[in-house]
Design a protein around this ligand. Structure first.
Ligand code: GRF
Length: 195
């Protein structure tokens, strides 16, 4: 049984999907804790399942490295097999990536390496391209630049806004994330080989 710590920043709809998947006794992973860089709205999903939450706010620290060390300490309390970033909107300092990778994966609402960064969906709409996608990657020290675990194309429809497009991307992200966790849990994906 793979133990997961999930890090979020926002609504946590991808986290919710993971928690729902984990309700199936056959699903080989369990979320043991949920963390965030703020008092994230998505904590409500963890609380509904009785899962512990923690928040480590950058504003409480004098610099990014000490924030990262405090976040890492909270994550490592749970001794997770895998850390999942899902809507976590901060770059992790190198010490954190070094301590957790390659057992550190992220979902991104674009077909990487297209549109990395925090505004991927808006940029895809603004670019006027006909398709974008969703990706699951291993986190490295770059911005959404790590090895790709899986990804899928998603059409951009005429009249799409960032919100309507993101609403279509998120279900694909969730499916890719759940499949990736299944594959990691049953050994079909070896993160050490990928990284
Ligand atoms: C997801 O699309 C994630 O990939 C991106 O932000 C969104 C977070 O959505 N970084 P939610 O918080 O899981 O609803």
């Amino acid at each position: 049984m793979l133990s997961l710590v999930v890090l979020i920043s926002g609504g946590g709809s991808n986290l919710r999907a993971l928690l729902e998947a984990a309700e199936d006794a056959e699903f080989p992973a369990r979320v043991v804790a949920v963390g965030a860089d703020r008092d994230a709205e998505g904590f409500e999903h963890a609380e509904r399942y009785g899962i512990p939450t923690f928040s480590v706010a950058l504003s409480n620290f004098t610099d990014r490295e000490s924030w990262g060390d405090a976040l890492l300490e909270q994550v490592q309390l749970w001794n997770p097999d895998l850390v999942v970033l899902s809507g976590f909107m901060k770059l992790l300092p190198p010490r954190v990536v070094a301590a957790l990778a390659p057992n550190l994966i992220n979902t991104h609402p674009a077909y990487l390496p297209e549109f990395p960064g925090a505004h991927a969906v808006a940029e895809a709409v603004e670019a006027g391209v006909s398709k974008t996608g969703a990706s699951v990657i291993v986190v490295d020290n770059g911005i959404d630049s790590g090895p790709i675990i899986s990804q899928e194309r998603i059409a951009i429809l005429p009249g799409d806004t960032e919100a309507t497009l993101h609403d279509r991307i998120k279900p694909v992200e969730r499916r890719l994330l759940i499949t990736a966790i299944l594959d990691i849990a049953n050994g079909d994906i070896d993160l050490k080989e990928l990284a």
